[in-house]
Design a protein around this ligand. Structure first.
Ligand code: FE
Ligand code: FE
Ligand code: ZN
Length: 289
């Protein structure tokens, strides 16, 4: 089995997110700890966070997949944007120390003309710095695994191929030691890898073999389950509802049922409102059977 859920809003608090996700049929969910386009996150009451932890434990939810703000770019060319992004990442991780055992996913970033190598180094340095900060502030080990998301590779995006992520992981281990291996991982977005040129419709086994060869499947900790509006290799990153895009229902069903992906949390990031998500979660559950 897999865990399935969608993005929910943090606006009514933490416990309410769990209730909302469960009401839609989910047993995991994703949320932005702050406005997805950046900005401040609201103060959170520790009781509310604890209540969500109890709720998800009781309901046997899978790990939650928290999403870092889209505007974060820890390898931006502009120093000011980089510093700001680092601060957001640091603040998110410190905040989430109160909700351990989950996953924190973020977009590696765009190097904006600095070059791939510079970008990769800046991302690894950022990761090392924020992990150290979260541990220093909370006085304990990092409580949540940080995931790098596979990207479509548009513009100067880093993470459009598995090699980019491998290099970031390796460099972070070089900086922080082998314990970094257990603190980091990867979230595979089906729309992004497809747009990035990995044919999960024609050869899912081959793509997973390639992932294992380059990164190692033990690093794969979450799936973003999306269809794509565009053909394989288009590098566009436009999500589509499940089964209505170029990846299609058969291939997405095969992803949900793949033996190597069982036990992972799957998050829908499809263009839907609540009722659409409810229907897609039900659809995924029939695919699981
Ligand atoms: Fe994402
Ligand atoms: Fe995604
Ligand atoms: Zn996307």
């Amino acid at each position: 089995m897999i865990y399935i859920g969608n993005h929910v809003s943090v606006s009514d608090g933490y416990l309410e997110m769990g209730r909302h996700a469960a009401e839609l049929g989910g047993d995991t969910f994703a949320f932005f700890p702050r406005n997805p386009r950046g900005g401040k996150s609201k103060a959170v009451s520790p009781e509310d966070v604890r209540a969500l932890g109890e709720f998800t434990a009781e309901r046997r939810f899978g790990p939650l997949v928290v999403h870092g703000a889209y505007t974060m770019n820890v390898c931006a060319a502009r120093e000011e944007v980089r510093a700001n992004s680092l601060e957001m990442l640091r603040d998110d991780l410190i905040r989430l120390q109160a909700l351990p055992g989950n996953l924190y996913n973020f977009h590696p970033g765009s190097h904006v003309g600095q070059g791939r190598e510079t970008g990769i180094r800046q991302i690894a340095e950022a990761l090392d710095a924020v992990i150290r900060a979260a541990e220093a502030v909370s006085g304990g080990p990092l409580g949540n695994r940080i995931l790098l998301e596979t990207m479509a590779g548009k513009g100067s995006e880093i993470g459009g191929c598995f090699e980019d992520l491998r290099e970031i992981l390796d460099l972070t281990v070089e900086l922080g030691g082998t314990e970094r291996r257990d603190q980091l991982g990867v979230c595979l977005d089906t729309c992004h890898v497809w747009d990035g040129g990995y044919d999960i419709r024609g050869d899912l086994d081959g793509v997973l073999r390639e992932f294992h060869r380059v990164i190692g499947l033990e690093a794969l900790r979450a799936i973003h389950l999306n269809d794509s509006k565009n053909p394989c290799g288009s590098r566009k990153d436009r999500h589509e509802k499940l089964g209505l895009g170029e990846i299609g229902p058969e291939a997405l069903r095969a992803v949900v049922r793949h033996p190597l992906l069982q036990g992972l949390p799957f998050i829908l990031e499809t263009p839907n409102e609540d009722e659409g998500y409810r229907a897609e979660i039900a659809q995924v559950r029939t695919w699981m059977k």
